[in-house]
Design a binder for this molecule. Structure first.
Ligand code: NOJ
Length: 796
């Protein structure tokens, strides 16, 4: 069953049945102010940090789901009947409703009782305000008297305070109404205000939650809306604050009206200024158009046209969008993680920042620098950190009067016992990728401090060497990299045991670094690390092959993990894909390993992470053995490593297999089976429940997952084969042989490449000829800024 469809012209997903099997998320905002919202306008707003600067309140993991939200109620003032534009919270017949999720905006619409209404939520670029632009049309064929009410619940800034110790919320925040603006004041904090206003002079207002809903009621049936009157007190200290404004109006048959609510960061003065700025509908239309232009610019860095329509939809619009969201907001603001932790995960951010450099070089650059500053001079990254710990002028944070000691800076720097073996390795490849994409070799020379303040600052290039030396040093008894607290798999906790995946990741990082060193003319380093690469590859070759696939590693007692003899956790996806990506062991073994992956891990929805799932607890292997079989890391179809398999199959030249795996995981391909998938078909989810769980096939945890970035990176760079190099652009696809070709437009270093790939001999891989503007070339040169060229790539 399907709940909606893709409208690619508008870059929207249209939800025709809003009672989806799970809440379907969208993110609004592109800068400081961020909204996490579902298709019923449920969700929350925060400013910069979901943990420390909440604006609207959210009751996580409750029923009804995703409450409260940013709601607009309409009321028929002649009958007293009332409803909400976004279906919830009043939940009138679902057939009356639709929702559209677009790029950084959502539109909720309804036609009920002869009144059509639309509520568009978005955050204009350059302004710290969420606009609720409302359009109403009387389609009933008779004059009507209608009231409109807004409602959102405001939050105490610190989520822990707001959720656990209500003293701050109840006694230390207040609100007032004046000049058309509701101002919430967080009295403990210096200059801390939120505002809510509208483009009209309201007929009534309410600033106190219980006076709006009634104490024994909810947003479903608010007493104030039922009565049709808001009779708020002009100021109130303490209690729970809300943002309700009321306007009555008469609409002739066929008449339309438009109004706007505005919820933002700052006090009454800021509210008045914003009110002035967005009072005019033209200003709102222009702001929405500017948002669309912002996304069009990003999309223009790569647009593809292939025979695979779902792939076109995902890569041109939604996968890029998801990947950008991860880089912009990190991974901790969703409906699963509602802001209980904040900051950056080292490995997650390192990977996210590698995948959308073409469309967001500035943000990726900022992230890389934050990561480099959070590198300990021993060569490992701080697993979870706040970038501001390492800023020269830390942004002031809230000091609780209930005495929470302020930690010393040195206490942020955790020791080796909490280090993950993969964290910083990703960064080496991300830095290399950044220089490949931008051509900015000076980035390697940039001097930056380490997290441990006593270490002397060093260049980005030297930071990379520290990372490589750490992995070279931290090996176990077989010579394979130690697993430490965990490797990419949070739940594989090997300690001094060894991780095959990390050794392969090390080889990949080395390979990228060697190419960088050669490009920078550092031949001694290149030669030195080539030797390290050779030695590591040799140990891997001699140690990790199990006969039909590659091992996952060794426990600290030397017991191999992922062998044919194992009853559980026999085959693991990470080590097999990375063995192929790292190369060095020949295509025959690679093919055999990937065949085993298909045989043991293959499902209609993609590849499981390991199989059979663990049922027997084994703390030598790690927490994975305590996870329910078929969920998350224990045998789910974990999405993030699936694109590694697309890369592996592409490197092996098996384009039909790579594409088949792509299709199985592709969210859009499941649009007509959302009763099974349950999650939104426009976002790759963290995992799909695996075979060993009764909910096999259900997708969980949308948006905030590395599978967004990796899907984008793997599909564009390996299946379609469009890759930046230090001194050229490569087009080396690996596609299904039945494809006659495809086309793409890629912007690279300020020039435009109009690429046509032709496949006259129906091969999967192998470039026979490259023509640039009709002339044969060995490689595609870097054009001058502003130039445009035609690139023809003939396979076979
Ligand atoms: C989610 C975590 O954010 C990520 O760091 C990890 O790699 C995956 N889970 C797999 O464990």
């Amino acid at each position: 069953m399907r709940y909606g469809y893709f409208d690619n012209d508008k870059c929207e997903y249209v939800i025709e049945r809003v009672d989806t099997p799970m809440s379907w998320t969208n993110y609004i905002g592109t800068e400081g102010l961020v909204g996490v919202l579902n298709q019923t306008a449920g969700g929350y707003l925060f400013y910069k940090r979901a943990e420390h600067h909440r604006i609207t309140r959210f009751r996580g993991n409750a029923v009804p789901t995703d409450r409260p939200g940013h709601y607009v109620y309409l009321r028929d003032d002649e009958t007293g009947d009332y409803w909400s534009i976004s279906w919830q919270p009043t939940a009138k017949p679902v057939e009356c409703y639709k929702a559209r999720h677009g790029l950084s905006y959502s539109v909720f619409s309804c036609e009920y009782s002869g009144i059509y209404a639309e509520q568009t939520l978005f955050i204009p670029r350059g302004a710290d305000v969420e606009l609720w632009d409302v359009k109403i049309e009387n389609r009933s064929g008779r004059p009507r008297k209608i009231s409109v009410f807004s409602y959102a619940e405001l939050s105490w800034h610190q989520i822990n305070g707001d959720n656990k110790n209500f003293q701050s919320t109840l006694y230390c925040a207040g609100a007032s109404y004046k000049d058309g603006v509701i101002e919430q004041e967080l009295h403990y904090e210096e200059n801390s205000f939120q505002f809510f206003t509208a483009d009209f002079d309201p007929d009534g207002f309410e600033i106190e939650r219980e006076r709006f809903t009634g104490i024994w009621r909810s947003e479903n049936n608010p007493e104030a809306v039922e009565k049709g009157v808001l009779n708020g007190r002009a100021a109130w200290q303490g209690g729970n604050q809300c943002t309700a404004l009321h306007k009555r109006f008469a609409l002739d048959s066929g008449q339309q009206t438009r109004l706007c609510f505005m919820l933002g960061q700052g006090g009454r003065e800021a509210g008045l200024a914003i009110r002035k700025q967005f009072a005019c509908t033209l200003a709102r239309d222009e702001a929405l158009a500017a948002l669309a232009a912002f996304w069009r610019e990003k999309q223009s860095h790569l647009q593809i046209n292939t025979p695979n329509a779902n792939m076109n939809t995902m890569l041109n619009i939604w996968t890029l969008y998801q990947s950008e969201i991860n880089v912009m907001f990190s991974r901790f603001a969703s409906f699963i993680e509602v802001g209980g932790r904040t900051g950056l995960g080292y490995r997650d951010t390192s990977q996210d920042a590698m995948c959308v450099i073409p469309s967001n070089p500035q943000k990726c650059h900022e992230r890389l620098i934050q990561l480099l500053k959070a590198l300990v001079s021993e060569g490992y990254g701080l697993h979870l950190f706040e970038p501001e710990w390492f800023e020269e002028k830390p942004v002031s944070t809230f000091k609780s009067p209930t005495i929470v000691p302020t930690p010393e800076r040195t206490s942020f720097v955790h020791g080796i016992e909490d280090a993950c073996s993969d964290d910083a390795l990703w960064l080496v490849s991300s830095i290399t990728e950044y220089i490949r994409e931008t051509g900015d070799a000076t980035f390697a020379e940039m001097i930056l401090p380490y997290a441990d303040a006593e270490a002397a600052p060093d260049s980005v290039y030297e930071h990379c060497k520290k990372i490589l030396r750490f992995s070279q040093r931290m090996v176990g008894s077989h010579g394979i990299c130690q697993g430490l607290k965990a490797d990419w798999n949070d739940c594989l906790n090997l300690g001094g045991g060894e991780s095959a995946m990390v050794s392969y990741l090390f080889l990949w990082a080395l390979d990228n670094f060697i190419k960088l060193a050669e490009f920078l003319g550092k031949s001694e380093d290149a030669a030195h690390f080539k030797k390290v690469h050779e030695d590591t590859a040799k140990v891997c070759r001699e140690t990790l092959w199990d006969g039909k696939w590659y091992l996952r590693g060794f426990t600290k007692n030397g017991r191999p993990i992922g062998t044919d003899a194992d009853k559980e956790g026999k085959v693991h996806l990470e080590s097999n894909t990375w063995a192929v990506i790292a190369g060095g062991d020949g295509p025959e073994k690679g093919k055999k390993a990937m065949d085993s992956v298909e045989e043991y891990l293959g499902t209609p929805y993609g590849l499981m992470l390991n199989a059979p799932a663990y049922t027997v607890i084994d703390d030598d292997v790690g927490f994975v053995t305590r996870v329910y079989p078929g969920l998350k890391e224990n045998g789910a179809i974990f999405s993030h490593p699936n694109p590694w398999a697309w890369v592996a199959e592409s490197l092996l030249g098996r384009g039909d297999r790579a594409m088949n795996l792509y299709d199985r995981l592709c969210p859009a391909a499941w649009n007509d089976q959302c009763d099974l998938r349950k999650a939104e078909p426009y976002s790759t989810c963290q995992f799909i429940t695996g075979k060993d769980h009764p909910a096999f096939g259900e997708a969980r945890h949308p948006f905030m997952t590395g599978s967004g970035g990796w899907s984008y990176f793997a599909a564009t760079q390996y299946i379609l084969g469009i890759r930046p190099e230090f001194d050229s652009l490569t087009v080396d696809p690996c596609i299904p042989p039945e494809w006659e070709g495809f086309s793409a437009v890629r912007r690279f270093r300020g020039a435009e490449y109009k690429i046509t790939v032709k496949n006259p001999k129906n091969v999967s891989k192998g470039v026979r000829e490259v023509l640039v503007n009709g002339e044969k070339c060995d490689r595609i040169p870097i054009m001058k800024v502003g130039e445009s060229c035609n690139v023809e790539v003939i396979l076979g």
